[in-house]
Write a protein that binds this ligand. Structure first.
Ligand code: M5T
Ligand code: MG
Length: 601
């Protein structure tokens, strides 16, 4: 998501460890449990050797001479009792270790997801416009899951294997250095092989995660635009597109799997060498009387114990690489910093909503200036309108008021305070905003209305709906206020969505109302409704209204006409019509007394 890799990209495990300080105790406890479990896992082999030792040597046996137990059978009973104890401890520690690791995996998954989500939510609007929702979604779900899978089983397996090597190594070391050498011969081969193999896998899995993100992005875009796809009968083309990205994903995975699978046979060969050496040389030592039979059987069993788990190493490393590729992506997301940070000031009470733009220059990313020095004042309590041709920068201007973006130069002031100095809470809490493309959440009409004030009473909700002229059509819905609007509110008409959005803004009782009228294409009845509700709603507060339908803002205290990034004209409706400029021409077109010029509609 970022071009330069953040510091955490180098060692994702280290980053994870540093990031989750509060789990360190649990990690240590889990590691301790797994360690005990591994020791208990190795012990039965040693006891088995002791049993063979008893059978072969009797009272001279290790148990007989060292522990001072008389009689072969009594010695076997001691071994059996010890063995039972070991098994109980093994089961117990396995249970606790399992609980700890899996609990940890779930907790880390949960916390990272929530944290990544809240980071994403904090990032500025410009970031979201650049980044595909599907890609973010794939980090928040797939990548986080991948990490959970590794922590669930992978981490335990790696630890278990490492401990086994150490414990078995210790037993070998006190027994015979020649045998230790032979049995451990494959270990460096395996370890070095694993490291090389890991390096090869790393870019392969980065590619896998990248293509997974593409798949997710494509799916998200297509599902969002399904009606458009159908309208243009582009189904086949889009299926082909999904097939293409999905195939890229498959190919990337296949490459990773091909490398990953080659590793297991390699390890097995190395293991075979180690096992054969112990078997032959150990046996030779027994023939020569340099090694006890009991010890020989311990060593043979232990070689199995030692080398067998290593065959799983391939799979575990695979899991590890997948998880690390994902962890890098998660941390890359967590490392994203919002560009616009909020200020610390609060608006002085009472908030009146007076607005001023001073020499505001603004453009998107590296693009040209959209606003090229805009000066505009909306005194508290007045209703002003912004009009202009499409693409003139009206919506952009409103975005600056809400601070979805910051101007390249100049200032936006609310009640005399630069909006950059205000906390988000104070700034956005003072504003009721209705955007040009209304977004409704999946839920009931009431939930959507009360979105900005969940604690509002039913009476308040209804009153806001009445003010926005929405009560009528809501009451006519099958379940009234309890009707569930589909995803994005698609079960409502565009005008109805707009009404609900207005009511939602009003319910917050904001000092400043910022409205971005959706369209000029409304019928006369709706237009009259809009005018009525605007008059009521704006009576007691400051308002800045972007209007396409000029008649809706006839009564505004002042109308600002944007053209080519500047305020070209401003004044009351009557003044502007009398002046005979851009506004007058727009008005003439809309009232049907003139034909549209090329620049305006
Ligand atoms: C003003 C450009 C757009 C237009 C100009 C949202 C957005 C817009 N633009 C970008 O380059 N990147 C963006 O992300 O900015 O756009 P606007 O302010 O949305 O225009 P408007 O509200 O006056 O138009 P309309 O159609 O709503 O009446 O050149 O390309
Ligand atoms: Mg607009």
């Amino acid at each position: 998501m970022t071009s330069a890799p953040p510091p955490s990209a180098r060692s994702p495990l280290g980053a994870l460890w540093r990031h989750h300080r509060r789990y360190r105790r649990r990690v240590v406890a889990a590691i301790a449990c797994t360690s005990v479990n591994t020791a208990m896992d190795v012990a039965p082999e040693i006891l088995l050797g002791a049993a063979v030792d008893v059978v072969v040597r009797g009272d001279d046996s290790f148990v007989g001479s060292t522990l001072g137990v008389d009689g072969r059978f009594a010695q076997l009973v001691v071994i059996a009792a010890l063995n039972a104890l070991v098994w109980i401890l093994e089961s117990l520690s396995d249970y606790v270790a399992s609980l700890l690791w899996r609990g940890l995996a779930q907790t880390v998954e949960h916390d990272l997801r929530v944290e990544a989500y809240s980071t994403v939510q904090r990032l500025d609007v410009a970031w979201h416009e650049r980044t595909s929702t599907g890609k973010v979604l794939s980090v928040l779900s797939d990548d986080v899951n991948q990490l959970e899978r590794f922590l669930d089983v992978g981490a335990r397996t790696i630890l278990h294997t490492a401990w086994t090597v150490v414990l078995v190594g210790a037993v070998f070391a006190v027994t015979s250095w020649q045998l230790t050498l032979l049995a451990f011969l494959p270990v460096p081969v395996i370890v070095l092989g694993s490291i090389r193999f890991q390096r090869r896998l790393e870019p392969l899995y980065a590619a896998v995660r990248e293509t997974a993100g593409e798949v997710s992005a494509t799916l998200a875009t297509n599902l969002g635009g399904l009606t458009t796809i159908k309208a243009f009968t582009a189904e086949e083309r889009e299926t082909a597109r999904v097939e293409r990205v999905s195939d890229d994903y498959r190919v990337a995975n296949r490459r990773a799997i091909a490398s990953s699978s080659a590793f297991v046979p390699l390890i097995r060969m190395a293991i075979l060498a180690g096992f054969t050496s112990t078997l032959l040389l150990g046996g030779w030592f027994v023939f020569e009387g340099r090694l006890e039979v009991g010890l020989y059987s311990v060593l043979v069993f232990l070689t199995q114990r030692l080398l067998w788990p290593l065959t799983d190493l391939g799979q575990t490393l695979d899991l590890y690489q997948r998880a690390m590729a994902s962890t890098r992506r998660i941390f890359a997301l967590l490392d994203e910093e919002p560009h616009g940070v909020d200020g610390t000031r609060r608006l002085p009470a009472p908030v009146r909503g007076g607005l001023e733009l001073r020499g505001v220059r603004f453009g998107y990313d590296d693009g040209p200036d959209v606003l090229r020095g805009v000066d505009l004042v909306v005194p508290a309590g007045e209703t002003h309108a912004v009009v202009g041709s499409t693409g003139a920068g009206k919506s952009s201007l409103l975005r600056l008021v809400l601070r979805f973006s910051d101007p390249r130069a100049g200032q936006v002031l609310l009640d005399g305070v630069d909006v950059r100095d205000l906390t988000w809470e104070s700034l956005r809490g003072a504003i009721g905003y209705v955007s040009q493309d209304v977004f409704l959440f999946h839920g009931t009409v009431r939930d959507n209305l009360a979105y900005g004030r969940p604690e509002a009473s039913d009476a308040e909700v209804e009153q806001a709906a009445r003010l926005a002229e929405a009560h009528g059509f809501i009451s006519a819905l099958p379940e009234g206020y309890a009707t569930v609007v589909g995803e994005r509110g698609l079960t409502l008409s565009g005008g109805q969505r707009q009404r609900i959005a207005l009511a939602r803004a009003i319910l917050r009782d904001p000092a400043l109302l910022v409205l971005d009228e959706a369209t000029s294409a409304v019928d006369n009845e709706t237009e009259a409704a809009i005018q009525r509700s605007l008059a009521v709603v704006t009576a007691s507060r400051t308002a800045l209204v972007v209007a396409h339908r000029l008649s809706t803002v006839r009564d505004a205290h002042r109308i600002w006409v944007l053209s080519e990034g500047r305020v070209a004209e401003s004044g009351t409706h009557d003044e502007l019509v009398a002046a005979g400029g851009i506004y007058a021409q727009l008005w003439a077109v809309q009232t049907g007394s003139a034909v549209a010029g090329p620049a305006h509609r």
